[in-house]
Write a protein that binds this ligand. Structure first.
Ligand code: ATP
Ligand code: PRP
Ligand code: MG
Length: 402
C-alpha cells in the first residue's frame, strides 16, 4: 500500500488534533512522518480521502486544527509580484528569501503563515481547509470555486488585475462581418453535427456562459496556454480567454464581440467561511489585513496638497477655498496660521491649507487653488487613510452572519 498522506496533515497529539471527515471513498492508511510543529516522528492511522488526491479540483472538507492562519499567495508571475508589492505597501513584509521558498512568514502578523501556490490550488486548498485566506484573480475564484458558499470575498477590488474574460473570434473568413454574440449564435454553420468549437482554459465558466446565452451547438477544447493560436491552427473556431491590453488578440487576428464579456476581473482577497467561523484568531487577522488594505488603497488614489494663502483670518481663507468644490478635501480643509517675524513682532499674514485631492484631478485642483489665491503648492503622496471604520469589515461580518 503506498503512502499517500501529505506530511503537513500529520501532527502529534501534543501539537494539535487531526480531524478528518468521513466519506464513502475514505481509506485507512498507516503513516509515519515528522509532526510539522515539533518535528517529532508521529505514527498514526488516519482516514484519507482519496478523491481529493486524484481530483485536486474537488477536494472534500478536511478540517485540521492548527494554530497558524494560512494565507495563500500566487507563487509566480505577475499575480505573485503584484500581491507581494501590495502587501509591502501595507507594511506587511513577506519574508521570502528566494522565489523557490514556498512557505514564508510575515513578521507583522506573527500568527500568519504565507503559502505560495498556483492560483487554482489556492482556490481548491481554501475549499479543502488547507488554506484560510488567499489572494487570487476573480477568474480563478469563479472557475474553481464555482458557486461554493464557503468562499467569501473580503476585498473585491485590489489594485491590480483589471482584465476580463471574453470571447474572441477571428476577424477573417466566415467571421469577418460578425460583431456580436447574437450574430455568432445565429450563424447557420453551427449544428449538432458541426458545433461551434471554443478553445478555453475556463471549462466551468465557458459552458455556463454559453448555456446562459442560449448557444446550444457548442463544444470546448482546452490547452495549458497560448489558446489564441487555436483558430489559426484549425483546432477551434473561437477562443474564450483573458484579455488585458488586447495585444494577444490583435497579434493573432482575433477580435472581441458585443456581449462577449463573461467576467470583469480584479485580484480579490478571499477567505474560507469555515476557517473564519472555526478559528477565532482568523477573524482578527482578516480584520487587520483588510484595514491595512482599505487604508492603503484609499490613500493610493489621493495626494496630500499643502498651499499658502494670504488672508485676514482662517475663516476668510476657508470661505475662498470652499468656494471651489474640488478643494473641499476629505473632510474639509485643515487651515493653520503661518507665523512670521516682521519688524521684531510676530504676525500672521498667511494661512496654510492641507487637503487631499484625487490623483486624477491634481492639475485641476492646482488651478483652482491658484484661482482663489493659493501659492507655494506642495504635493506629496499619501500612504494610508484610516477612516472611522472600515465599511468592508461590517459588510464582511454581515456576509458571515455575525
Ligand atoms: N493579461 C493579464 N493581465 C493581468 N492578469 C492576468 C492576465 N492574464 C492572467 N492574469 C491573472 O493571472 C492569473 C494567473 O495567470 P497564469 O496564466 O499564470 O495562470 P495559470 O496558467 O493557471 O498558472 P500556472 O501556469 O502557474 O498553473 C490569471 O488567472 C489571472 O488572474
Ligand atoms: O490582452 P493581453 O495583454 O495580450 O493579455 C492577455 C493574455 O495574457 C494571458 O496569457 P499569459 O501571458 O498568461 O500566457 P498563457 O496564456 O500562455 O498562460 C491570457 O491568457 C491572454 O492570452
Ligand atoms: Mg494567454
Amino acid at each position: 500500500m503506498s503512502l499517500l498522506l501529505p506530511t503537513n496533515l500529520l501532527q502529534c497529539r501534543s501539537s494539535s488534533l487531526l480531524l478528518l471527515s468521513p466519506s464513502s471513498s475514505t481509506t485507512a492508511f498507516s503513516a509515519i512522518a515528522p509532526c510539522r510543529i515539533c518535528l517529532r516522528l508521529v505514527t498514526s492511522c488516519v482516514a484519507y480521502d482519496q478523491s481529493s488526491v486524484v481530483n485536486s479540483s474537488a477536494p472534500k472538507a478536511v478540517v485540521v486544527e492548527r494554530d497558524q492562519i494560512r494565507l495563500g499567495l500566487v507563487s509566480k508571475g505577475r499575480m505573485a509580484t503584484n500581491s507581494l508589492n501590495l502587501l509591502k505597501d501595507c507594511q506587511l513584509f513577506v519574508k521570502q528569501v528566494n522565489p523557490r521558498q514556498y512557505v514564508a512568514q510575515i513578521p507583522q502578523l506573527p500568527n500568519t503563515k504565507v503559502c505560495f501556490q498556483r492560483p487554482k490550488d489556492i482556490v481548491t486548498k481554501l475549499l479543502s481547509g488547507d488554506l484560510d485566506l488567499g489572494i487570487v484573480g476573480l477568474d480563478k475564484l469563479r472557475e474553481y470555486g464555482q458557486e461554493n458558499e464557503d468562499l467569501i470575498i473580503v476585498h473585491e477590488a485590489l489594485n491590480f488585475g483589471g482584465y476580463y474574460l471574453s470571447i474572441a473570434i477571428p476577424n477573417y473568413g466566415i467571421f469577418e462581418n460578425i460583431k456580436s454574440l447574437k450574430e455568432l449564435a445565429q450563424m447557420p454553420q453551427w449544428s449538432e453535427e458541426r458545433p461551434l468549437r471554443v478553445a478555453t482554459g475556463f471549462t466551468y465558466l465557458g459552458p455556463k456562459f454559453m448555456k446562459e446565452n442560449g448557444i446550444k451547438h457548442v463544444t470546448f477544447s482546452t490547452a495549458s496556454g497560448a489558446l489564441e493560436a487555436a483558430p489559426a491552427m484549425g483546432i477551434a473556431d473561437v477562443v474564450l480567454d483573458l484579455v488585458s491590453s488586447g495585444t494577444t488578440l490583435k497579434e493573432n487576428n482575433l477580435k472581441e464581440i458585443e456581449g462577449g464579456v463573461v467576467l470583469q476581473c480584479k485580484a480579490v482577497l478571499v477567505a474560507s467561511r469555515r476557517a473564519l467561523t472555526k478559528r477565532k484568531e482568523a477573524l482578527n487577522t482578516v480584520q487587520e489585513i483588510l484595514e491595512r488594505l482599505e487604508a492603503h488603497l484609499k490613500a493610493d488614489s489621493q495626494f496630500t496638497v499643502v498651499a499658502n494663502f494670504r488672508g485676514s483670518s482662517a475663516e476668510e481663507v476657508a470661505e475662498r477655498v470652499l468656494s471651489q468644490p474640488s478643494l473641499s478635501g476629505w473632510q474639509g480643509p485643515t487651515i493653520s496660521p503661518v507665523y512670521c517675524r516682521r519688524g521684531g513682532k510676530i504676525s500672521i499674514d498667511y494661512y496654510a491649507i492641507v487637503i487631499c485631492v484625487p490623483k486624477k484631478t491634481l492639475y485641476d485642483s492646482v488651478k483652482h487653488l491658484r484661482a482663489v489665491g493659493g501659492s507655494g503648492v506642495l504635493v506629496s503622496p499619501l500612504t494610508y487613510i484610516f477612516d472611522e471604520d472600515t465599511p468592508r469589515w461590517g459588510q464582511f461580518l454581515r456576509n458571515l452572519g455575525i
